[in-house]
Design a binder for this molecule. Structure first.
Ligand SMILES: *[C@@H]1O[C@H](CO)[C@@H](O)[C@H](O)[C@H]1NC(C)=O
Ligand SMILES: *[C@@H]1O[C@H](CO)[C@@H](O)[C@H](O)[C@H]1NC(C)=O
Ligand SMILES: *[C@@H]1O[C@H](CO)[C@@H](O)[C@H](O)[C@H]1NC(C)=O
Length: 411
């Protein structure tokens, strides 16, 4: 095929003419020289293409006449190197992916090498049927000349507004010359509609976000319940074998209101409902002992120090403050007691250093009056979380009635 360069063209052309070259006498050319009436072209090159004119001069009655004949020389590819049709497209690398309703345009591009007197044919079939027999498709053809009389034929098949069925058909292009026949199938696919995909993606994302939100809400609303549930089922009872006589030492202002809260409400729920053993100094201490020593020894014997905070609590010099200081000191130095702050009433400003530190470091469980009285309420759950894990066999649940504050008052 001539495109590889002239030096590869190995055959020789011989012109049987008496010759002169079109631009002047054929003289002084290495590869082209006249030999008698012949013009010999030693090596054929594409540059030698052109019109060759032979001039015969003769005289008649003193006049000179020129007789000319021109021959046009074309340089073509060698028949030894002629090939069957070569498909550039369609091929297996190009995929025509369309949505239903798009125009399907399939170019069939075939390269033909020069072959003397050979027909060059290109045609499309759809599901094995020649497109000439199919009405509603359009076919156009164009030719591009290449070097040495080779050429490329492009035959384009157009199916306007292709239906999903159209996109499932077998589109095959055929080509033929004297050297052979070939075919190549166009890969046509239907594109998955984009909007559907977006909707699915949005749904998936929405569901995920919703799930996360629901989980967060559940966590925030029920985390207390979850922790308590876990403790109740998988935690080990911390009140047995802890070497402490009491679970909770209650420290409070010795004042009528606080006393009622401690003795009726706190004691009622913690002892009767949750089964903790409380140490309430005025109840449990023996009369006649030295108050300070006895207080400290009771605190030593308790797992938790529950502080009921109220404005009366922070009055200087009360026993309550002594208890708080002892508890905090124990917690800081030996770590064998934990201080729990219950805010019974808001303290505006306290000058007690220890209390300030404790309030900064510990969580404060707030008593909210009537709202907090119900033993299944949040106040008690928060408090329970701070208390040691205790497994109880409830006898009160046997009668199936929820104990209420009213009934507690009558204990
Ligand atoms: C050769 O002659 C033809 C007309 O006979 C002309 O069209 C063509 O351009 C000529 N070719 C060259 C290379 O001069
Ligand atoms: C005939 O051809 C020759 C060579 O090209 C030229 O020199 C001469 O003038 C021509 N004569 C006529 C009458 O055209
Ligand atoms: C498509 O048709 C061609 C010839 O018509 C055939 O060779 C080819 O196997 C067919 N392809 C499929 C996928 O049926």
């Amino acid at each position: 095929m001539g495109s590889a360069g002239c030096s590869q063209v190995s055959w020789h052309l011989v012109f049987l003419v008496l010759c002169l070259f079109v631009t002047g006498l054929v003289d002084g050319f290495n590869e082209r020289h006249p030999q008698g009436p012949r013009l010999i072209i030693g090596v054929v090159r594409s540059a030698y293409e052109g019109n060759y004119t032979c001039i015969v001069t003769f005289k008649d009655h003193g006049r000179t006449y020129n007789l000319t004949r021109t021959v046009k020389m074309k340089v073509v590819g060698s028949p030894n190197k002629a090939l069957p049709p070569q498909f550039t497209s369609p091929n297996e690398k190009v995929v025509y992916e369309l949505e239903a309703g798009d125009d399907l345009v399939l170019p069939c591009e075939v390269f033909f090498t020069f072959l003397k007197d050979s027909r060059t044919e290109v045609w499309w079939t759809i599901d094995g049927k020649n497109t000439d027999d199919i009405m509603d498709v359009k076919v156009t053809q164009s030719e591009i000349p290449r070097r040495f009389e080779d050429k490329t034929i492009i035959r384009t098949l157009t199916v306007a507004k292709a239906t999903p069925e159209d996109l499932k058909r077998n589109y095959t292009c055929y080509a033929r010359n004297a050297r052979g026949e070939g075919h190549s199938q166009a890969i046509v696919r239907m594109k998955v509609a984009a909007p559907k995909y977006t909707v699915e993606l949005a749904c998936g994302l929405g569901a995920t976000i919703l799930l996360v939100v629901v989980l967060i809400v559940i966590y925030h609303v029920y985390w207390l319940e979850m922790v308590l549930f876990y403790r109740a089922h998988f935690g080990t009872d911390e009140t047995i074998l802890d070497g402490k006589e009491y679970d909770v030492y209650v420290s409070y202002a010795r004042n009528a209101e606080e006393e009622e809260f401690v003795l009726l409400t706190l004691r009622g729920v913690l002892e009767n409902e949750f089964g903790y053993k409380l140490c309430i100094f005025d109840r449990d201490s023996l009369p006649g002992g030295i108050v300070t020593d006895e207080t400290l020894s009771f605190i030593q014997k308790s797992q938790r120090l529950l502080v009921v905070l109220s404005p009366n609590y922070v009055m200087q010099g009360t026993q309550a403050l002594l208890e708080l200081k002892a508890g905090l000191e124990n917690m800081a130095s030996k770590g064998n007691i934990k201080v729990i702050l219950v805010q019974y009433k808001v303290i505006k400003k306290s000058k007690v250093k220890e209390l300030k530190q404790a309030k900064a470091a510990l969580t404060i469980i707030k008593w909210k009056g009537e709202k907090s009285k119900f033993p299944k309420g949040r106040f008690w759950k928060e408090l329970q979380l701070e208390l040691p894990v205790k497994k109880i066999i409830r006898s009160s649940s046997l009668d199936g009635q929820e104990p209420s504050y009213v009934s507690l008052r009558n204990v």
